[in-house]
Design a protein around this ligand. Structure first.
Ligand SMILES: [Zn+2]
Length: 169
């Protein structure tokens, strides 16, 4: 049986650079009545973009991608990451403080050291999703629209990572 040759090649760029790291605090809910203590990670982020080549033979300019991803991650670096869509954690912003409530537990953080993220839990999976969405928005602001696959991998502990993929049809 003949296997038809693919007539149109596809292209993908990958970026995994040592500078794409952010250090931040978080804690996640593991079940309806179980919540981790506050801790932190040095998250490393890698991404892949698949798409058609531009008139210069590139899927995307590596420097633009590198700098844009650096900018996205800088919003998370040295911050406490808090989810605003959790059904279990109540996050209340008041003046210069943010209070988080879970059952009888309470945490209070300085507001300017927190980032409130529109996700339900600050898992590596959902952080990868937020980073991917934000990366796509920032690239669009720079005039670059993504047409193919966008894949973001967030590693929270060497070799322990989550992947979020967006397929733009
Ligand atoms: Zn953690």
């Amino acid at each position: 049986m003949m296997i038809p040759a693919r007539k149109v090649p596809t292209f993908r760029v990958r970026m995994r650079k040592s500078q794409h790291v952010f250090s931040a605090g978080h804690f996640i809910t593991l079940s309806d009545n179980l919540c981790e203590p506050v801790h932190g990670h040095n998250w490393t982020v890698a991404c892949e973009i698949e798409g058609p080549l531009d008139s210069h033979g590139m899927v995307i300019d590596f420097i633009l991608l590198k700098d844009t991803l650096t900018g996205v991650l800088s919003k998370l670096d040295h911050k406490m990451l808090l989810p605003t869509q959790s059904r279990l954690l109540r996050v209340v912003a008041e003046n210069t403080e943010i209070t988080v409530l879970f059952e009888a537990r309470r945490w209070i953080f300085p507001a300017d050291e927190c980032v409130l993220l529109p996700i339900s839990n600050t898992t590596a999976e959902l952080l990868a999703m937020w980073i991917g969405q934000t990366l796509r928005e920032h690239l669009a602001s720079a005039g670059v629209s993504l047409f193919g696959l966008l894949r973001v991998e967030v590693d929270e502990c060497l070799g322990q990572s989550a992947v979020c993929e967006f397929r733009n049809e």
